[in-house]
Design a protein around this ligand. Sequence first.
Ligand code: AR6
Length: 186
Amino acid sequence: MEITVNNAKLILKIGDITEEDTEAVVNAANSTLMGGGGVDGAIHRKGGPAILEECKKIRENEYPDGLPTGEAVITTGGNLKTKYVIHTVGPICGGQFTDRHRELLYRAYYNSLKKAKEKGIKTVAFPSISTGAYGCPVDEAAKTSLKAVIDFLKNENGLKEIRFVLFTPSIYDQYAKALKELVNEA
Ligand code: AR6
C-alpha cells in the first residue's frame, strides 16, 4: 500500500529491514545501544562491527547512561545496503498501551525522522518498533507509528520516501488497516 503526503511517498511493504536500500534504516534498539535480538540483532549481524564501534563512541561521548526511550542517534550502515542506521528506543509495553507508551512510541518515530532530516537523508525505512520483544499491541502501535510519520511529513519538507518494512503478513495487514483509517479520518 502507498500514499502521498506533502509530496513524499509513504509505503507499507512486507520484508526484512536489513535488505532495504533506503539511505537510512531505523533500528529498534534498546537503551544500551549494544545490540540484542530481533531487528537489532539482525542489523548488527549483517552490518558488521563498524556499527557497534560507533554506538560505543556515542555512549561514551553523548549518552553514558544509555539512550533514553523516544530519542534517536545515527551511525554508519556498515556492510548493509543502507548508508546510515538510525537507532531509536521504543517503549516497553508488555501487552499494554497507555498514553505514556503512545507518547514515547510517537517520539521514537518523530525523532528518528528529525535525525534523518538533519543529515539530509531523503529515504528512510522503519520496522514496527516495540511490537516484538517490547510487546506493544500491533494495532495500537500501527496507528501511533503511522500518525507520527504522517505528522512529520506534513510539518517538514525534504523527505521523499518513508517505508514501513513489516516482517509478516499479519503485521502488514494491521498497518494497512490503520493507514486506511487515518486516511479516511483526514
Ligand atoms: N525486518 C523487519 N522486521 C523485523 C525483523 C527484520 N529483520 N526482525 C524482526 N522484525 P523487535 P522491539 C519485526 O523485537 O519490540 C531487541 O532485543 C518483529 O516481528 O526487533 O522494539 C532490542 O535489542 C516485530 O514486529 O523490537 C531491544 O532490546 C518488530 O520487528 C528489543 O528487542 C520489532 O521487534 C526491542 O524490542
